[in-house]
Design a protein around this ligand. Structure first.
Ligand code: TYM
Length: 328
């Protein structure tokens, strides 16, 4: 069985973008892959987080994974920092990475610009290498993510190839898996910008744990255009196209089906249908989320996972250390 690995970092409250671009894929793909899905808490440290809030978000992501349908019998769910080997391998890979290639990472360029003299952590620069380590340590075959992480998975492939050429066959080359639709869900107020958990205003962002009522308001006031035709055209109609992607993703419909359904609808009516779909989805997810939190089953799931992941990672790191010549 081929192996899947992916993760989410707890730097903000998870959004509908995280669900549609990532979690939905994990749930679907766990049927066919031996899956490893984790909370990338070490990745959150690239920026300052209030320690209490960070811990709360880690728990929230775990509960959201389970509430979304990740099945611990099929998917090994774990927290990155509870396994010391990821950071260990990351150092070795960092020593095999170049400043030039890390400077070309678009996420680094975006996140480091406009900081007005504010200090940028070295971690923000090297974090794609930690991500490569997360992936390569498991010999993952596939890495499902939204489009914004594709370049990082490609870096992981490059680092694996470089290491294999230098030291002999050690790492598998992972394939990024990007959904055809929903690879990038856009901000409802600014539909050319990614819907992001680190957005400051949150007006165009739907959070997975926010109330249905508040989500409905955001959808109803989403920016559209003056054309009044519900057609998928991301270049000329980014707002409507974004809402269509949200609708089709949550309702499991094709774009053609949705366009036919709304062929005679005005925008208000269309938005109201999208809002219904989002509210229904959020209410169902949040109900399951509460049940999972109350069940208290998360610690047991993590303990079982840790035993499994530690074995895999220890073996890989020992193999790497042997090949590079460190240790006695
Ligand atoms: P992160 O936490 O920013 O995002 C988690 C996942 O959600 C996807 N995503 C989106 N997809 C569609 N539309 C959006 N608006 C949207 N916003 C986020 C992301 O593409 C991602 O799949 N570095 C990673 C976490 C990570 C990781 C890994 C992922 C660490 N190690 C190893 C895969 C494999 C990150 O910051 O994702």
């Amino acid at each position: 069985m081929k192996r899947l690995l992916s993760g989410i970092k707890p730097t903000g409250d998870l959004t509908l973008g995280n669900y549609i671009g990532a979690i939905r894929q994990f749930v679907e793909m766990q049927k066919k892959y031996e899956s490893f899905v984790f909370v990338a808490d070490l990745h959150a440290l690239t920026i300052y987080n209030d320690p209490k809030e960070l811990k709360k978000r880690i728990h929230d992501i775990l509960a959201i994974y389970l509430a979304s349908g990740l099945d611990p019998k099929k998917t090994t769910i774990f927290v990155q920092s509870e396994n010391l080997y990821h950071a260990n391998l990351s150092w070795v890979l960092e020593c095999n990475s170049y400043m030039g290639e890390l400077s070309r990472m678009t996420q680094f360029k975006d996140k480091s610009k406009g900081k007005n003299g504010e200090a940028i952590s070295c971690g923000l620069f090297t974090y794609p290498v930690l991500m490569a380590s997360d992936i390569l340590i498991y010999d993952a075959d596939v890495v499902p993510t939204g489009i914004d992480q594709k370049q990082h998975v490609e870096l992981a492939r490059n680092l694996a190839t470089r290491f294999n050429n230098r030291y002999g066959e050690t790492f598998k080359l992972p394939e990024p898996i990007i959904p055809e639709e929903g690879a990038k869900i856009y901000d409802l107020q600014n539909p050319t910008k990614k819907m992001s958990k680190s957005d400051e205003t949150g007006k165009g962002v739907i959070m997975l744990l926010e109330s249905a009522e508040s989500a409905r308001k955001k959808i109803m006031s989403a920016v559209t255009d003056s054309d009044n035709k519900v057609i998928y055209d991301p270049i000329n109609k980014p707002g409507i196209s974004n809402l269509l992607v949200i609708y089709t993703s949550l309702k499991n419909k094709t774009m053609k089906e949705a366009e036919e359904e709304f062929a005679n609808s005005k925008y208000g009516e269309f938005k109201s249908k999208v809002a219904d779909a989002v509210c229904e989805f959020l209410e169902d997810l949040q109900k399951k989320y509460r049940e999972i939190v109350e069940s208290g089953e998360i610690p047991r799931i993590l303990d079982e996972s840790n035993e499994k992941v530690e074995k895999i990672c220890k073996k890989k790191v020992q193999e790497v250390f042997e090949k590079i010549g460190v240790g006695r």
